[in-house]
Design a protein around this ligand. Sequence first.
Ligand SMILES: Cc1ncc(COP(=O)(O)O)c(C=O)c1O
Length: 442
Amino acid sequence: MSASSQAATNNLEAFWMPFTANRQFKQAPRMFVSAKDMHYTTADGRQVLDGTAGLWCCNAGHSRPKVVEAVQKQIAELDYAPAFQMGHPKAFELAARLAAMMPSPLDHVFFTNSGSESVDTALKIALAYQRAIGQGTRTRLIGRERGYHGVGFGGISVGGIVSNRKTFGTMLTGVDHMRHTHDPERNAFSRGMPENGAEYAEELIRIIQLHDPSTIAAVIVEPVAGSTGVLIPPKGYLERLREICSQHGILLIFDEVITGFGRLGSPFATDFFGVTPDLVTTAKGLTSGVVPMGAVFCTSDIYHTFMTGPEHMIELFHGYTYSAHPLACAAALATLDTYDEEGLLTRAADLAQYWEDGLHSLKDCPNVIDIRNLGLIGAIELTPIAGEPTKRAFSAFLKAYDDGLLIRTTGDIIALSPPLIISKEQIDELFGKLRSVLNAID
Ligand SMILES: Cc1ncc(COP(=O)(O)O)c(C=O)c1O
């Protein structure tokens, strides 16, 4: 590192870090300086096993050769092209390839730059669609408690994480929430999908009866709620949501920002659960986290509903300067190649049992009150320290980092979602390290 960049790195004040305890971090910084495959390297030269695929995004692992090469080549060839009234070939190639991956009829793709933007885009498309089919009274959006849909005003409005909402005013009006599906009394230590709780979908009926279906445009849920601490849907729950939405003319949106691109052992949760929504939001694994990009999938019916009126007119007044950015498209295409060549979109299915057994072997560790898993996702819930919620899990995070393991915590829950290239030996290493962390912390 040069002297000037070293000096700049020593000034930690200016960067207001996102979703971070800034003061704690700046007293004892944790810096990554490079990454390769399953590992990060820290500024002090230590290897850290990536138990979280960055932030649930580096599904192909880090600095994969094909992706690196594609991005390097792209920036020298076409650095930027406007996506409004102009195009570039890779945007169309990528959209067609993605549409072919999604179950029919989800065969049109709108590009964004993040999960939050994908969510806002899907909500806006849902509202505009209802209006376009003469259902303009359908303006209400329904989310779920403990849902995470990013940090835009649309996303926090339908989202259900209290701390992400309570300081930001009134948000969108006309939003209601179903209850969450977490039911530790009946489902603690379930392996895979919990047996109990399909009936929580009936909450939607209550909400529909309260507001009348003619006022409701869409329901949005994460098929597996990730950021809120990994809440696996009870058996039958998503099917029932689909049924109710279809019966009442309500669009169903799956937020697959985390579950998309192989996390559960199938390309999308939509395949895994065999439930087809009307819109799907994605981001993260689309480019394996290399370049920011999101994609919203919608049905051909939704797309073609907008394709009316004079042909010179814009059909949807929505889009981003960086929608379908050439670098992001190049990264996504190379990521999809890597997924295909290495069978990564179904690899989690092969590893799921091994992962589940390793994870649940931690049941006897101190303070563990629940363990949950599906595909290559895992969560360990700890008893909070009395009067100091989140502190125990945060201590685990800090200790794990010192011990060479990256985990994520939310509340007093440890969430795990390694890159899909993880080996069985690395799964053993991950749970071995975690066991010693859980045994070491108070
Ligand atoms: C389900 C879900 N939706 C939306 C988002 C927001 O994505 P981003 O941080 O890219 O805006 C996330 C991020 O974790 C997510 O898990």
